[in-house]
Design a protein around this ligand. Sequence first.
Ligand code: SF4
Ligand code: SF4
Length: 381
Amino acid sequence: MKFRELGKTGKSVSIIGLGLENVDFKPYEQVKETVDAGLEYGINIIDVFMPGTEVRGHIAKALGERRDQVMIQGHIGASNVNQQYDISRDMPTVKKFFEELLSLFGYIDFGMLFFIDSEDDYRNVFETEFAAYAEQLKKNGDIRHIGFSSHNPQMAIKAIETGLPEMMMFSVNPAFDMLPSDRYVFDYFGDEDRFGGEHFRGIDPIRAKLYKLCEQKEIGITVMKAFGAGKLLSPDHSPYATPLSVKQCIHYALTRPAVASVMAGSRTAAEVKEAVSYLEAGDEEKNYSQVISDARNDFRGSCVYCSHCQPCPAEIDIAAVIKYLDIARLDPANIAPSIRSHYHALSAKGGDCTSCGSCESRCPFGVEIIANMKEAEELIR
Ligand code: SF4
Ligand code: SF4
């Protein structure tokens, strides 16, 4: 397993995490098999958003004495009133469900303000007792860090700008990234509907801004919906001519700025194994650039951090340099010290570019890499 730091929480999380949504309503034996496989492969972060008493109990029982070997994302506001999955902002209900989660797991590593997708969600969480409750939980040591989950980049930016959350769970995949931020990702989850190719034109600037803001403010991202609820893997539902593979989707998410872990939704040990096989995959197998560049010319000129341009004879990590440059461009007069130090920690930087041009012929997106290397050196040094 490989690990990454989850932003300013300082926690080292496995780059593949375990999303257990799909074991909801499954028998205990299946939950245990899936959890066991995750731990066996070195996964140390698990998402438990499901509000159902039974599935939470199954997961806690399956972990047993191994509770401290994993970090748990538990969601504040996920409720299950009358056996109906719901988002609650009613404090007695919110407390009841979260306290039940605490009693099962003892403490929660990442207490997530659940589902900040609309202005109402924002107001009902950040401008009420809800946020104060999360702060109190942290003070008590019941949760170790405050996070939030969202599918809406505009609301996510607003949430981060409150300064309260330390990390975020966000829906990340190439199709969503191309979706204009005023469209709602859940409108594309219907069984009969393809993603609708005409809506997807290059990375949406608000989403790009969100990633950069996360990197700048050290908000680590854990990823949900990396496979677009399975649609990206399906020839019938993918917006691309060729469906992506599990490994390509995971690689896409892991090559976004600030992303620390992809919570791969798994319902069996075999599915955990498939997700974890990403770690053994070669560059060609993980490379998503051709699939998305074939479909979308509008990516042209923008780096998607795919690393298809490597190798560089000067040993520059081109995607990393451009990633830091993109963040620096966001506010050139106030480049965060962390961005400068990440840039200076690179063994080869923009200034090492010899303008040989071999990378530019390999970039499927027509990025002017040499100019980017020069700009990075001038802006970030
Ligand atoms: S410059 Fe091109 S090939 Fe290199 S990481 Fe960026 S998009 Fe990919
Ligand atoms: S042009 Fe610069 S960045 Fe590109 S391969 Fe040559 S030395 Fe590396």
